[in-house]
Design a protein around this ligand. Sequence first.
Ligand code: AMP
Length: 190
Amino acid sequence: MFNFILFGPPGSGKGTQSIKIAEKYNLAHISTGDIFRKNIREKTELGIKVQSIIEKGELVPDELLIDILDDAMNKYKNVKGFVFDGFPRTTQQAKDLDALLNKKADKVSLVLALEVNDDEIIGRLLKRAELEGRKDDTKDVIENRINIYNNQTQPLIDFYKDKNKFASVNGIGSIDDIFNSICDAIDPFI
Ligand code: AMP
């Protein structure tokens, strides 16, 4: 199995690139943000629980994530692996993911970060707010999400660097150019 984590700040293009990667390498795409948004739309128990957290740009508590991820993975049979988009976001989640994969006699294959600076991200997210109307794309919430990323998610880079599973690519440029750089980073591992 090729278990790939696409890592990067909000607005770095993780969603767009994850879909392309999943298609090209025949992997299942799992976006925890998409799972939460679907639950909010459908007003499920989980959706009601997480709605206000997500609208404030905060992180859903770690203990809720791993079961959601396990369920999402179990829906796929006979895939060559997974693209995790937006997960893990904390060191605890990364440890929980290792434990879950370990139970399945599997492991994280590669973590790739999209590098995009804060100014570019804020501009992109404000534009996305106009186009998609996501409730967590307002200026205050965007700042909160970037701070949370820097404080809670960024430290994960060291977690994976220590395991020699980490690479990064420039996340600024055309979608196709960035995709090609991502493929160049993946190909030696797959
Ligand atoms: P995303 O679409 O990945 O930007 O996720 C949207 C929002 O969902 C985030 O701002 C968080 O509130 C929540 N979320 C998604 N994935 C996670 C995660 N792995 N841990 C905690 N919260 C998450």
